[in-house]
Write a protein that binds this ligand. Structure first.
Ligand code: AMP
Ligand code: MG
Length: 278
């Protein structure tokens, strides 16, 4: 598998995982494999939607410029827009801050049949919040277990959860921030804050390591995605999604068959009734 799946209880060390990995593939071979996986994902989304027994929640986290927006654009390319929804989590509003940190998140989890993508998530509450000490340490420390309990609730009630950390190197981030400054079409994304956050890189890596270590569970695993190469990032994410969804397909197909048989029986009963009254 191209993504690194974090086994529960294993201590994550990000510097041991190469952000510029390519899985021994050329870009052409990687793009071709990605296209196959994307086609499979498209079929599975249809089944997920029609069966209506599960939701899929994809959580994307990563430093600024790690490629969250690009990954969403590419990985969702073939999906039916009617069955997808993207939620972006920004600095909390006054109303959101007046509630528990999961309030705004729980409200927008995908309903059964839907694919929900989180561009940032409740993990910000143990990342940026920790790095900038926005709440006291005992408050953010308690959140790892609160997050695990929340995700367990979602999983036990039909939500399939895939969490991806887009892992780029500090050097690659510098290149991307500089490229943004050069490219007029990307200048709208410029933010002096991104350079300021970059100064806290090692604090962020420590916060990510603890979140990935403490919150990778069987019901909601973390995947570390080598993300210096955009084509490899997309490939690794879609592979993680496809491999997670595949085991459900037999159930979905059985549910769809049962629905089809029931509909057909209904239709036949209707036709028989019509013949009787004629
Ligand atoms: P962007 O993803 O570039 O649109 O930026 C969104 C910003 O919102 C980032 O700087 C995040 O760190 C910030 N953000 C998201 N969630 C939270 C949170 N729970 N607390 C504080 N800041 C947050
Ligand atoms: Mg940003």
């Amino acid at each position: 598998m191209h993504a690194h799946k974090v086994a529960p209880g294993v201590h994550v060390r990000l510097r041991d995982i190469a952000p510029d990995a390519n899985g021994g593939l050329t870009k052409e071979a990687g793009r071709a494999r990605f296209a196959e996986l994307n086609a499979e994902l498209d079929v599975m989304q249809e089944e997920l939607y029609a069966a209506g027994t599960h939701a899929l929640l994809l959580i994307l986290q990563g430093m600024d410029t790690a490629g969250k927006d690009g990954a969403i654009r590419n990985v969702m390319l073939n999906l039916n827009p009617q069955g997808c929804r993207v939620e972006s989590f920004k600095v909390p509003t006054e109303e959101e801050l007046a509630h528990d940190f999961l309030w705004r998140v729980h409200k927008v989890v995908p309903r059964r049949g839907m694919v929900g993508v989180f561009n940032r998530s409740h993990y910000e509450d143990v990342l940026v919040v920790r790095v900038h000490a926005l709440v006291p340490e005992p408050v953010w420390r308690a959140r790892y277990e609160q997050i695990n309990a929340f995700e367990r609730l979602l999983a036990e009630t039909g939500t399939i959860i895939v969490k991806c950390f887009l892992h780029i190197s500090k050097e690659e981030q510098e290149q991307r921030l500089l490229a943004r400054e050069q490219d007029v079409t990307k200048a709208w994304k410029l933010s002096a804050g991104d350079w300021r956050e970059r100064e806290r890189w090692s604090d962020y890596m420590a916060a990510y390591e603890e979140a990935l270590t403490r919150c990778s569970t069987d019901h909601a695993p973390w995947y570390i995605i080598p993300a210096n190469r955009k084509w490899y990032r997309d490939l690794a994410i879609s592979e993680a999604l496809v491999e997670t969804l595949r085991p459900y397909r037999d159930d979905w197909r059985r549910a769809l068959d049962a629905m089809s048989r029931a509909r057909r029986a209904e239709l036949e009963a209707f036709r028989a009734e019509q013949r009787r009254v004629q």
